[in-house]
Design a binder for this molecule. Structure first.
Ligand code: ARG
Length: 849
């Protein structure tokens, strides 16, 4: 609400003249001789999509003030009575004191002459007993003025319809007010009263529109005593601050108040017409309240009895489809605008309304001088358009999307199949993970290597996007909050071999065949396609404020799925110096596996487990990769994001050849770990992401798993819960057979047989910070013994460069000293000890230390 619209008007010293009312010359109604003349504007004589009114055209319009500002509208229905909406006066279920309110009559604009304005105190506010909430109806109120209004030019009452009065649907009526001109966009100075033409919608047509899920993910039930007015396509409506104001229709040369502005869902949105309190059904209630007051309101009978209810033609249900964002063929964008500024390369922007083009500020480095010479080329137009205005985004904020400009064309263009405006998202728009998106030219970049611009991208979930590319430590915005970034993923094949250097891009995402300008990337991202885009939705309010008519379109897909239910704020594990590692969301969405788990296919059909430790490196157990006695270097392929049971689309699979195998020198003949160098890097994504590496020690209270396959044929990933034993216990259990740098684990009950061992499964733990860290790889033939990663830190870091070693924490693996005494009965001699009750007891004691 534009609460302070009338701040400086504060009770102008015009004392209302009591008894100033005089009967007008025009004779009142035949049937109600006591009634005053009504519904006649001066002969001379927002609302969304409206226009300034002529002074004196709506002499019954009043402005209701509280605390020095305009709160609601109202209408004068008799010298001492104003009709308005109940919800204007009720806060926390109680009626506000009448003394806090004042009624302004005869106001045209705040800047206008004050001589005709009357300010009246309110003696009483009357609200129907059954009013509780706007959506439940009876949203009307009567204000009795402390002193009657002086009628005259600019101050006259409106006529009221009798209960039997029927206004045909389709009739064009007017709503008036000083409310917002768009959602969250107050009426600008000088606050001239706005009027808008609205069509009465029949109950069936309105209910039909509201029965379709729409903004705020809801449907709504129209009740008796309510009426709708507006258009299925929206764009004209009342808005915040108009409440209580009148909706008037002409009948027999007089204006009747048919409705009271009550509520809506957003303002001017498609298929969401404004809801008004119908006045006619409340004739009896109004009559009862004003009883005895002379003169009372003028309830007039219907002048034109032409269309009674039943004979009225049935209204059909016309659902409006979006007017923006339709592209006959993806890739040929009907909103693509090329701005030509003399002396520089063409700049790509997007048409957002009949008259406005959005473009990056980076195209126009110098202050725009000679707009005269600028030209804008739009699809299917006979010639270029000229530019009338240049509006830059004022306060550059934290993101790179703030560098936007809007160019106003010198004449609006006709929107049809082409050119057509792109749809812009509202701030609460939630682009679903998996949304289909494409890139489009943006700014001044190099021409795209066709047909590259046609390729599809798929949107990552907010969690992945934020945790892979977001700012460190910031929490993940829940669905419905504007995201910090939007991340498309591309198919591997489409990635390869294309250089997009130097290009800025916009991200278009599709919902039900309608394209939204979802994000922009205004700086080049090397030879790769851009991974993270600045969302445009935070800029919607600025764009619609400047353009007054850009196509902000509602979200078209409301099925938010499980992610939509997660309102709790989530955080990401902090990045290491090389970026994100070991990420896996808590709530596992379908399709998210173990993004670092690789299948390593070795010549001869053998498949080993591998772990991605850096974008171009996989770690595996040497014994699985290299067979003793083999004379040739094996041919090895690595697959990530792949599993037989995986619901991931094929596009998420990534494969690489191994071009070299690196073994640590210092370990002599039988080094347990091998690093495999891949033929090219793999861009981090939810299907291929490096794990974090643990430099040493076992942080207490970590949860650990052996991660492997149920069997090495179908390779469905399984994880078995284990505890890492203390070195002393381990040595006691495996005396004699424990190679240096090895540790051992104990499986939780019934978990031992989950993973097969020939592929050498890895051991992972999740740290308190949420990272997944690699602790070790299984020793040949064992499910309990693991080669520790920590001691190999120097070798791995030197070889790989970008390995994600976390900061050291916990105790080292092999603490010096300590008792060498083993608990009785545990000086084992087998490689696979059975856990005795005593052993488990000891374990419980020892592990907690
Ligand atoms: N409740 C609003 C007010 O207090 C009026 C909203 C009308 N909204 C609409 N979309 N028609 O001012």
């Amino acid at each position: 609400m534009s609460q302070h619209l009338f701040l400086s008007l504060v009770i102008v010293a015009i004392s209302p003249l009591p008894g100033g009312f005089q009967h007008s010359d025009v004779s009142p109604t035949q049937e109600n001789p006591a009634d005053l003349d009504c519904g006649l504007p001066e002969p001379s004589s927002r609302i969304v999509g409206g226009s300034d009114v002529q002074p004196g055209s709506w002499p019954w319009q009043v402005s209701l003030h509280q605390g020095g500002g305009h709160i609601c509208g109202g209408s004068l229905i008799a010298p001492s009575w104003v009709l308005s909406a109940a919800h204007c006066f009720i806060r926390n279920g109680t009626l506000e004191p009448a003394a806090e309110w004042s009624v302004f009559l005869g106001v045209h604009s705040h800047d206008g002459p004050l001589d005709n304005i009357q300010v009246h105190a309110v003696a009483a506010i009357l609200v129907p007993d059954n009013y509780s909430r706007v959506e439940l109806g009876s949203d009307l109120a009567l204000l009795r003025l402390a002193s009657p209004a002086r009628l005259g030019p600019g101050v006259r009452p409106v006529c009221l319809p009798r209960a039997s009065h029927h206004f045909a649907h389709g009739k064009t009526c007017r709503a008036t007010g000083w409310g917002d001109v768009q959602e969250a966009d107050p009426l600008p100075l000088p606050w001239v009263l706005q009027e808008v033409e609205l069509r009465l919608l029949g109950e069936a047509a309105c209910q039909c529109l509201y029965s379709r899920p729409g903004p705020f993910n809801l449907t709504f039930q129209l009740l008796p005593g309510m009426l709708c007015a507006g258009y299925p396509e929206g764009r004209k409506d009342t808005c915040q601050g108009d409440s209580g104001g009148p909706l008037v229709c002409e009948d027999g040369g007089r204006w009747f108040q048919v409705g009271i502005t009550s509520f809506g869902f957003g303002c001017g949105r498609r298929n969401r017409p404004g809801v008004f309190t119908a006045v006619a059904p409340f004739e009896a209630w109004i009559q009862e309240q004003v009883m005895g007051s002379e003169p009372g309101p003028a309830f007039l009978s219907q002048a034109q009895k032409s269309q009674a209810g039943p004979q009225e033609p049935r209204e059909n249900c016309t659902i409006a489809l979006p007017e923006c964002g339709k592209a006959p063929r993806p890739g040929t964008w009907p909103w693509e605008a090329q701005v030509m500024v003399p002396g520089s390369r063409p700049c790509h922007g997007a048409l957002v309304s009949e008259s406005w083009v959005l473009a990056p500020a980076s195209c126009f480095l110098d202050p725009p001088l000679d707009l005269e010479a600028w030209r804008v080329f739009l699809p299917s137009r006979p010639g270029p358009e000229r530019v009338a205005h240049f509006v830059a985004h004022e306060n550059a904020s934290w993101d790179d999307a703030s560098g936007l400009v809007l160019l106003q064309l010198s004449a609006p263009v006709n929107l049809s199949a082409a050119p057509r405006a792109v749809c812009l998202p509202h701030p609460d728009h939630y682009f679903l993970p998996g949304s289909r998106c494409r890139l489009a030219r943006w700014g001044r970049g190099e021409p795209a290597p066709a047909p590259g611009a046609q390729l599809e991208a798929e949107l990552l979930s907010g969690w992945w996007c934020h945790c892979l590319y977001g700012r460190r430590g910031a929490s993940v915005p829940p669905p419905g909050d504007p995201p910090h970034a939007l991340c498309p993923t591309y198919r591997e094949e489409e990635e390869a071999g294309r250089c997009w250097n130097g290009s800025s891009w916009s991200l278009l995402c599709r919902e039900e065949g309608t394209w939204f300008l979802a994000g922009i990337r205004d700086f080049p991202s090397g030879c790769l396609r851009p991974r993270a885009f600045s969302p445009l939705q935070t800029h919607g309010p600025w764009i619609s404020h400047v353009t007054q008519g850009a196509y902000l379109e509602d979200q078209l897909i409301w099925d938010w799925g499980p992610e939509g239910d997660e309102t709790e704020t989530q955080t990401c594990p902090p990045h290491t110096e090389h970026g994100a590692c070991g990420l896996r969301p808590k709530a596992i969405a379908a399709g998210v596996l173990w993004p670092w788990l690789a299948e390593v296919h070795v010549t001869g059909g053998r498949v080993c487990t591998g772990i991605l430790v850096a974008p171009g490196w996989v770690l595996a157990a040497t014994h699985c990769i290299l067979r003793l006695g083999a004379t040739t270097v094996p041919y090895i392929e690595v697959y990530l994001g792949r599993s037989e049971a995986s619901p991931l689309p094929q596009g998420h699979q990534v494969s690489r050849l191994v071009i070299s195998i690196r073994l640590p020198r210092h370990l002599g003949l039988g080094p347990p770990l091998a690093l495999l160098e891949l033929s090219s890097r793999i861009e981090p994504s939810p299907s291929a992401l490096p794990v974090c590496l643990h430099p040493g020690g076992v942080p207490p209270r970590d949860s650990c798993w052996v991660l492997g396959w149920k069997n090495s044929q179908d390779r469905v990933p399984v994880a078995a819960t284990v505890s890492i034993l203390t070195p002393r216990l381990c040595r006691c259990l495996y005396q004699g057979i424990l190679p240096p740098g090895t540790f051992c684990v104990l499986y939780a009950e019934g978990q031992e047989d989950r993973c097969e061992v020939t592929s050498a499964p890895p051991l992972l733990c999740q740290t308190e910070g949420g990272h997944w860290v690699l602790m070790g790889m299984a020793v040949r033939g064992s499910r309990e013994l693991f080669t520790a990663i920590g001691p190999e830190e120097a070798w791995i870091s030197q070889t790989v460069g970008e390995a994600h070693f976390l900061n050291p924490g916990g105790s080292p693996y092999w603490p010096p000293g300590g008792s060498d005494l083993c608990p009785p009965d545990l000086a084992g001699d087998s490689g696979s000890p059975k856990a005795t009750p005593l052993f488990l007891l000891l374990l419980a004691v020892l592990i907690q230390g």
